[in-house]
Design a protein around this ligand. Structure first.
Ligand code: HQG
Length: 179
């Protein structure tokens, strides 16, 4: 099984459909590694998926999607499951970025950034990462600049994700500019 395929399946299990793998996520999104491996290996594979294989996929990925600690594993961001993953607030950097499709711009200008199908709005720490995210939906994405610290000073919560991504519940248009 290719890395990409396994990575997609792991994201599906840990972000979107833990019940399909008989997994129960705790309040912070952690699942038991042994249970995850057992569920993954119920499907016949060329080779069984081991803990070592999970570590390899995580190490080779350019995106830090998963976190493995002891006997627990979780997706760091991207969740769409109905029960909300609890996160700790923190002070964000001065500016964060969001790459999106041109067709979404007028709605975003009117109502701000909404989490849509996910639990949180995803914001990047650098413009390149944001543009890469935007290219998933538009070959000439719009780069938005978010006045994150100003928003935070006004009481808007932000949550650290991984080394490149921050999360927010929503961002009102007052803090958004086209970069
Ligand atoms: C847009 C992937 C209209 C928003 C990526 C985005 C990222 C609005 C889309 C991570 C809107 C939601 C997250 C509004 C927001 N009106 N459109 N008011 N507010 N939108 O995929 O940020 O590979 O849920 O701009 O690389 O694109 O899965 O969020 O275009 O890191 O690890 O609604 O997911 O990572 O799309 O991507 P998404 P996203 P992975």
């Amino acid at each position: 099984m290719k890395d990409e395929q396994l990575s997609k399946e792991l994201s599906y299990a840990l972000r979107h459909a833990p019940w399909a793998y008989e997994l129960e996520l705790d309040a912070q999104g952690w699942a038991d590694v042994g249970q995850l491996l057992a569920a993954l290996n119920e499907t016949p594979r060329d080779e069984p998926i081991t803990r070592q294989r999970l570590l390899e996929v995580m190490a080779r990925s350019d995106k830090q999607r998963l976190e493995l600690a002891g006997e627990r594993i979780r997706a760091i961001y991207g969740h769409s499951i109905p029960s909300r993953i609890e996160r700790e607030q923190a002070e964000p950097p001065e500016v964060l970025y969001h790459g999106t499709a041109r067709r979404f711009l007028s709605a975003i200008r009117a109502e701000g950034l909404k989490p849509r199908a996910r639990q949180y709005v995803h914001l990047a720490m650098d413009a390149d990462t944001a543009l890469q995210v935007g290219r998933r939906r538009d070959d000439r994405p719009v780069l938005l600049q978010i006045a994150a610290q100003a928003a935070w000073r006004d009481g808007v919560p932000f949550y650290p994700g991984n080394a490149r991504i921050w999360l927010a519940d929503q961002v009102s248009p007052a803090y958004i500019d086209v970069a």
